[in-house]
Design a protein around this ligand. Structure first.
Ligand SMILES: [Zn+2]
Length: 137
């Protein structure tokens, strides 16, 4: 089965509302780039494609948790709050790391970033759910 790599789009307008240093962002199923130059830079594309795969994997976990939550509570609408699980984990890991290493280094140590930076030169070395092993607290 072919792996889903996301829809990659150059969308400079979006970056007016994001922090200055942000040059690409993955919001499953899309990857947005600040410029053409970045969209053609291989390691950036691979890095963001890894985020698509991570978000697909965490998305599967979130859907399973959603089904369990609905089964246990009967609350189908409110339980949807579990669906952006990737973004909760991402921000939570960053916030946990900040007091120890500072905000910039904490960003590189977020399990999803750590894995993406590790494999951005060769995605074939990446294994599914590989980000879990970088989830050090
Ligand atoms: Zn990243």
């Amino acid at each position: 089965m072919k792996k889903f790599n996301g829809f990659h789009i150059v969308f400079p307008g979006l970056f007016k509302i994001l922090a200055k240093g942000v040059t690409a962002i993955t919001l499953w199923p899309f990857v947005f780039y600040k410029s053409d130059a970045l969209a053609y830079r291989e390691r950036t594309v691979v890095h963001e494609t890894i985020h698509i795969r991570q978000q697909t994997e965490v998305g599967i976990i979130a859907i399973i948790l959603y089904v369990i939550l609905v089964a246990l509570t009967g609350v189908w609408f409110g339980s949807m709050l579990i669906l952006p699980l990737f973004y909760y984990l991402y921000v939570m890991h960053w916030l946990i790391l900040i007091p120890r290493v500072g905000s910039k280094e904490a960003y590189y140590q977020i399990c999803f970033e750590h894995e993406a930076y590790t494999h951005q030169y060769d995605i074939s070395k990446r294994s599914p759910f590989g980000w879990i092993k970088y989830f050090a607290l």
